[in-house]
Design a protein around this ligand. Structure first.
Ligand code: ZN
Length: 128
């Protein structure tokens, strides 16, 4: 490795990861459970992120990716608390994404929204 060690902006990582999940979800419109990929049209949240991570640089015209894979795996190595209500798990982000996908049956979009730190879509209000 001879890449320069430049200080990186921290904590934009999960937002970018969310974008990868969304990009991968467009590629495979169905969600897989228990597997990264299922058939040609389904991926779980982490599978979607992997796929987008590996393929996106090619789609921007062969430009050098701005991030390397180390960033991606560093990000997935953070231990985080499960955001699902009533769940006390604290696991690596990579495992947590799969856990949300498989065990809590969150949609990939829900997982991406959580990762990006965006407010949840407000539940529809019932008129008084
Ligand atoms: Zn959980």
């Amino acid at each position: 490795m001879d890449s320069p060690q430049s200080p990186r902006a921290q904590h934009h990582d999960e937002r970018e990861l969310a974008e990868f999940i969304r990009a991968g979800s467009k590629r495979r419109p169905d969600q897989a459970f228990g597997d990264y990929y299922s058939g040609h049209s389904a991926s779980c949240a982490l599978g979607a992120a992997y796929e987008a991570m590996y393929r996106l640089p090619a789609e921007v015209g062969g430009q050098h990716p701005t991030r390397d894979l180390d960033w991606f795996f560093d990000c997935l190595d953070n231990v985080k608390a499960c955001p699902a209500e009533g769940c006390k798990k604290r696991i690596y982000l990579a495992a947590l994404i799969v856990h949300l996908n498989d065990d809590h049956r969150w949609s990939r979009e829900q997982i991406a929204t959580w990762l990006a730190g965006e407010p949840k879509a407000a539940p529809p209000k019932t008129a008084p």
